[in-house]
Ligand binder design. Sequence first.
Ligand code: F58
Length: 831
Amino acid sequence: QTKRSDVSNSEYAKFVSQEVPRDEVSILNSVFSHLAYTFHKNPSNTEAMDAYNGIAFTIRDRLLKRLEDTDSHFISINAKRINYMSMEFLIGRTFDNAMLALGLRKEYSAVSNTLGFNLEDLIDEERDAALGNGGLGRLAACFVDSMACCNYNGWGYGLRYRYGMFQQQIINGYQVEAPDCWMDNPNPWEFPRPEISYKVKFYGNIAKTPSTSSGYTWENAVEYDVMAFDTPVPAFGTKNVGNIRLWSCKTNDLFDLNRFNAGDYPGATGNMVAADILTYVLYPNDNQNAGKELRLKQEYMFVSATIQDIIHRFKLTGKPWSEFHELVAIQLNDTHPTLGIAELQRILVDEEAMSWDAAWDIVTKSFAFTNHTILPEALEKWPVPMMGKILPRHLGIIFDINLFFLQHVEKSIPSEREFLSRISIIEESSPQQVRMAYLAIVGSHRVNGVAQIHSDIIKATIFSEFVKVFGSDKFVNVTNGVTTRRWVNQCNPGLSALITETVGDESWVDDYPKAHLLESRVNDEDFRKRWWDVKQANKLRLATYIKDTCGITVNHDALFDIQVKRIHEYKRQLMNILGVIHRYNTLKKMTPEQRQDQVHRVIIFAGKSASGYYIAKLIIKFINSVADVVNNDKDIGDVLKVVFIPDYCVSAAEVIVPASDISQHISTAGTEASGTSNMKFVMNGGLILGTVDGANVEIAEEVGDDQIFMFGVLAHEVDEFRFNLRYHPDPLDANLQAVYDTIKSGVFGNPDEFNPLVECSHGPGDNYLVSVDFASYLMAQDAVDALYKDRESWITKSILCGSRMGKFTSDRSITDYAENIWNIEPSAVDA
Ligand code: F58
């Protein structure tokens, strides 16, 4: 029993109920106080990093106060809580975002000037929190922002990886990975919560024990203590603050004193190391299942601590179990947290003495599942023997869930064995595998895709059998969205000023459909000029960034054509670079005068490849080899530049996204579940060149089909084209053949090295239909050039597109989840 201070102490209560001062002088004093007493700094040795820390800690004070108030508010009204479970949160930087959310950016700018620093420079001192791979992790970060801004009682739950997404260096054109040691500096945004910790067990065996209600106990397991770290999520326009609770293993208790005393020093720390390793590293795979034992342990550790925490908080309400689902919603961000379903069922039947059916009713009413991919290699499966070794009790529970499920199917739709084996949670392969998506569907009351086309596809393909069993209503769509706080207001101050002026105030920042008012100014000459100037200024900022990071000089008057995202065959960066070679060939054939007449382009790539993904890494090398030749060709000069920006991350995206004239979202139709950068680019006044895939489809619906450059085969045609490529290939497109000839001539380096890329972009190896879409891709690119020459039409399109993106704010996505899946109402702290 720990001794507690008298919390009813009135002086203490008075102190915490005070508003934290917001005036410049008080802020400055608290910065001084942190510098002197938190960081042991004085005016003569305060450097930029110290100033950043000192200031950040005063912001932290203000956030913490709001976090406390938010928590007390929701507890006092017994509000239902959303628990957004995600193995990834790609947060990026917090400093600028928090100042804007608190409405104190001007004050902090003045304070940093007083300290002798420019606020912009201090912003660059912060390292990204990169606890995610790409779209899925960034979506989770946008969603916690929106839950907080929209006054929902929502928390994110995840893992506190010691090393986040690796840092990408480009050496001789090749990707080289370096560890992301983001914890080397003090992190002002997290609060260790040693008092919030849970035991998580692995291994052991199951014993039959008639004395327990379920008849089973889990014995001889290895136990770890898992501890919470809280990261408050600043929210704009409200006093509510969100929270991301990340778990990490406690290692201190695992020191082996006996071994230490026996002189076995390394042995004494063996268990500590084993525990620490659990959250050492984020698996750097995007749309690929790692299938490693350590990954399974990470998933379970995350899930177990989270479910225990949810139960702990539920019990504090004093409500009966039958009301659990009225107070708790659990959203699974893809299948990685799906073990949560088995974990809640286990706790209820083994530890809370509940009947199987009563427990299952609670589980299925609480969980909901979001699918983000149909790529077969990304669908998670775990070998039964591996799961049985690490989580013996959960495996037993999963087999029981499956048994009851198949019995239900047999009863409700008389079915053949074939059907049952197709729909079974256990795949009858050798070894058997647990199909995690199936477990997630069976254990959830709603399943959603992330864009309309994707939601339709999953119902018609990978989950079609489940639609037969559960009916269509269980499967819904929630189109993704992005937070306008970060992706417009923070990253594009020039554009934000124009929107604020048009709307009349800043209310658009958390009510983005208001940006439609921009449309009323589309014919206003002065406005059009300023719109164009904002884009040019953002391009200049990016040109400077490119100079700093790549050493390449680009002209910001050129058309900026951007493709930034994870490198993956289905995203077809390869088609883009083959198109660049075609452009280069075409330019080379022209006279210098003709060349100068062409639209000047800077083609910008960025993105990481999974470290073990050979073809993706080769694509990076290939882009850099082509860039080397093109950029150093005197004939070409400024007419064409190709840039690969290293180490794409959230903070780089904040510089890149506002600077596009055109961005490319050119996945093979049906493969990109949604995409979210497409939304960010258009909100920032960029046009898009895309396939009929993911959220491109809905963007086109909103902004108008004729505003967006679309090309390529349709999703339902893909299988037939694949089949034809394999068995009845058409002759190769002449332009593509010419591109291959250029590669084979050796101008870009050893053609043998790049031959695998030739092989996987035509004929039977062309799984992603590069050769099929190439001609229509080039035509779409020609249309882009033609429009860019007509500047006035370009500006019109850019304004119209930018103004019609109201649907794609993550506030709308979260409201959709709240209304259609979570059944939850917002409530503001100060209401
Ligand atoms: C992405 N998935 C989708 N997965 O590819 C993208 O279309 C969508 O917009 C986005 O989710 C948000 O819905 C994605 O990023 C991963 O990175 C996983 C990480 C963990 C391992 C498996 C892939």
